[in-house]
Design a binder for this molecule. Structure first.
Ligand code: FEO
Length: 392
């Protein structure tokens, strides 16, 4: 993709990655992604805002082929999909300085072995003039590393937000065109990457609320010409409000656990509770993460494997604990053949989830009448707990 003009003097010079299907060896990217870098040419100084993933080096350098001098490389974040080509940019532009938060300086120095004399650190609220443009730096820690910051272009009210408000979506249009598609992708991005830092993000949203923002230019996905779409969404996702929804994550080996899951899901549906059901042997963990953004309850369903939960279920539990969703309730259902410690082991795996554990239902072999009755009781308990929170 060639440089694309946002306004006179402001260009997107990053790369679209249509083919990438996995991030961090963990996160599925069904829609690819982009690594957005921006070039701002002022009347006196020129700045590049972030680099791109090293795999897309040739695209960034092609897009900078007409840029013969650079004064600043603004580094919002230390992760290598944005910072990875910093050494290459510093080599191409020997007088350029890396502008970043003090914490980012330490991270960039360690991750990329950069020399100290190439850095200028900036405080929260500090400004930098390019002549006719003025950058204001806004420290936004924990979106999603401790060193992250945004850059606000005062004259045109553009917020360059790096990962904050990003979405893993490859598209040729620079700006958001399909709001629904971008909303879904941004929610997935939030769920997978930002959700553990929900309370820190609330504070950062308050901070940004003091700025008049006309455009948000993140480092992944399209640019928001209407910032309300993503800022309102982030306010909702980070709020303490949950919905009348249950995530059922399950594995079944011989059908017993699946029979209990079917019964539970039917019981919840009869009571007007929305269920998102995931068979963990064949599921997109990104979709599971998205469902956890709003759900009030999670039910973990597993057979015993060597007395503990099935490893696929254990992975989902580990993930849910790491993502720290705002769940209020959790329960466990499942089956065993000759012995189990399923409930104790799962309970020990979720210290980050501030949930009330509802009575589990574990049966030996095929579930019978009494087991289905217990599952029905669990559905009723969940419905009542949700109703007590005012969820409908
Ligand atoms: Fe897109 Fe945290 O890097």
């Amino acid at each position: 993709m060639k440089p694309r003009k946002i306004k006179d003097g402001i260009y997107a010079v990053g790369a679209v990655d249509w083919d990438r299907r996995l991030f961090d060896g963990l996160i599925p990217l069904p829609d690819g992604t982009s690594y957005n870098a921006y070039l701002v040419k002022g009347s006196e100084k020129t700045a590049l805002l972030d680099t791109v993933d090293p795999a897309k080096r040739s695209i960034l350098f092609e897009n900078l082929s007409d840029v013969h001098s650079l004064d600043y490389l603004i580094a919002h974040h230390g992760e290598q999909d944005h910072s990875g080509l910093t050494p290459d940019i510093l080599a191409k532009y020997p007088s350029a300085k890396v502008v970043c938060s003090p914490k980012a300086k330490g991270i960039l120095t360690d991750l990329l072995a950069l020399p100290e004399d190439r850095f200028v650190t900036v405080a929260d609220g500090q400004t930098l003039s390019l002549g006719d443009w003025t950058f204001e730096f806004v420290h936004t820690p924990w979106v999603h590393w401790p060193e992250t910051m945004c850059t606000y272009l005062r004259e045109d009210k553009i917020l360059f937000s790096c990962d904050f408000f990003g979405s893993h979506i490859a598209q040729s249009n620079l700006f958001v065109t399909d709001r629904g598609r971008v909303y879904e992708s941004a929610k997935r991005y939030f769920a997978e990457i930002m959700m553990p830092f929900r309370t820190a993000i609330q504070k950062n949203l308050e901070r940004l609320g003091k700025l008049e923002i006309a455009t948000i230019a993140p480092s992944h996905g399209p640019v928001y010409g209407d910032p309300r779409l993503i800022m309102d969404a982030y306010r909702e996702w980070t709020s303490d409000k949950v919905k009348n929804e249950v995530v059922v994550a399950y594995v079944s080996m011989h059908g017993s656990t699946a029979a209990m899951v079917d019964h539970l899901v039917a019981g919840l549906a009869e009571r007007g509770v929305q269920v998102w059901q995931f068979n963990l042997t064949d599921t997109d963990i990104g979709k599971l993460a998205v469902a956890l953004v709003d759900a009030a309850t999670i039910v973990l369903a597993t057979p015993a494997v060597h007395v503990g939960p099935h490893p696929q279920l254990a992975f989902a539990v580990f993930l849910a604990n790491a993502l720290r969703p705002k769940l209020k309730f959790a329960s466990v259902i499942g089956s065993y053949g000759w012995g189990h410690k399923i409930v104790d082991q799962i309970a020990a795996m979720i210290p980050n989830l501030k949930v009330e554990l509802l009575p589990p239902v574990i049966c030996r072999g095929l579930p019978r009448e009494g087991d289905f009755a217990a599952v029905e009781n669990l559905a009723e308990t969940i419905a009542q707990k949700h109703a007590a929170l005012g969820l409908d």
